[in-house]
Design a protein around this ligand. Structure first.
Ligand SMILES: C[S@@+](CC[C@H](N)C(=O)[O-])C[C@H]1O[C@@H](n2cnc3c(N)ncnc32)[C@H](O)[C@@H]1O
Length: 343
């Protein structure tokens, strides 16, 4: 594997994206590439599969990306591609010593025309290769087949042990682990201080702290703030700064926060404490604009019916919109996930 690290040529890498919310998974991938200073790359997107061609990606970056991700399931090196009619070999298979390894198959969709048979045919010419293993694999999605060498995988088993319902303090407002992680990653930073000004049970703060950020979490409700403290303590994260305070007037110095990831209330499942939702968004966005460093990103959710107001507030408060994604919750509610950057 050392050989792979040392060769500085542009290589192609594959990333398997979760199908839960693919657009968000792709944003997460691009944010993490930015966080790890991968600026020059070509990106090709297929159903649940992204191919990234770059000379700036290393094996340690692939491992860091999957270690931090919420929605990126696996990453590896592309050895060969098939477009359904031909095989394009990208790597010298002797260099990666594929022979002797086993090859498994992942079909993302009932993918037709992905050229799996052509890849298998090609592989059958390599001596000692067995079908049915772990490390080398064929990924098959619409219109393309990838023969890849798996280099890093998301550890979803770890997600299970800290699911919201397994923590000592639980409320139905709690976000799932994968989503909390993705919100943190959408800030596109590698290190520094992350703030959640509406922390609730602490789901986002937990993930930010586990990734390794200095983390600050704030909630106006004392019972909830002390509940999130219990959750953090339970996971040995008592170094997280916990404040029972108001997101509309944060006890923080201006321009000191590198990224914000948060899930504000809108008066249904979570209380706004008698503030009108429109007013709450206006006041906390003004505060975020004050405490964020220039170029820092805020990632926040909003109900779909507030989108017009939120769009105008983003401009008024000195932010630039990076992205807006839809997350279906139920028939009466679709959440929007905004990523904005302070000028
Ligand atoms: C939707 S919940 C956050 C849920 C959280 N993401 C979790 O996973 O548990 C919103 C939280 O904002 C808090 N809140 C409401 N108004 C606030 C304010 N002005 N400042 C700080 N927190 C506030 C509520 O008490 C509630 O706990």
């Amino acid at each position: 594997m050392k050989q792979l690290e040392n060769l500085q040529k542009a290589r192609m890498y594959y990333f398997i994206l979760s199908g839960r919310c693919e657009a968000l998974a792709l944003d997460e991938l691009m944010s993490l590439l930015k966080a790890f200073n991968v600026a020059n790359y070509n990106l090709y997107h297929y159903t649940q599969l992204a191919l990234v061609e770059s000379r700036d990606v290393s094996m340690s970056i692939l491992q860091s990306i999957t270690a931090r991700a919420g929605l990126i399931k696996e990453a590896g090196l592309v050895l060969a591609l098939s477009d359904g009619s031909d095989v394009h070999v990208l790597e010298d298979l002797d260099v990666v010593t594929l022979a002797g390894r086993k090859v498994s198959k992942t079909s993302i969709r009932s993918a037709s025309n992905c050229g799996v048979d052509i890849l298998e045919n090609y592989l059958s010419g390599i001596s000692g290769l067995q079908i049915g293993g772990e490390r080398a694999k064929i990924v098959c999605t619409e219109g393309i087949g990838v023969l890849g060498l798996t280099l890093a995988k998301l550890n979803t088993k770890e997600f299970k042990y800290r699911e919201p319902s397994k923590r000592p303090f639980f409320r139905s407002i709690a976000l799932p682990v994968y989503l909390s992680r993705t919100l943190v990653n959408l800030t596109a930073i590698r290190s520094g201080t992350i703030l959640d000004p509406f922390c609730g049970t602490g789901s986002i703060a937990i993930e930010a702290a586990l990734i390794g950020f200095r983390t600050i979490c704030v909630d106006l409700d004392w019972t909830i703030a002390s509940g999130s403290y219990r959750n953090l303590k339970y996971l040995n994260l008592s170094h997280v700064v916990q404040i029972a305070g108001d997101a509309r007037s944060l006890p923080l110095t201006s321009s000191t926060i590198n990224g914000v990831a948060t899930d504000p209330p809108y008066g249904r499942a979570a209380s706004t404490h008698r503030e009108k939702v429109e007013e709450l968004y206006s006041k906390f966005l003004a505060e975020l604009s004050r405490v964020l460093v220039s170029g820092g990103r805020a990632v926040f959710m909003a109900p779909h019916w507030l989108s017009e107001r939120v769009e105008s507030l983003i401009n008024e408060m000195g932010f630039r919109k990076i992205s807006r994604r839809y997350l279906y919750v139920h028939g009466a509610l679709t959440r929007l996930i905004y990523v904005v950057e302070k000028h």
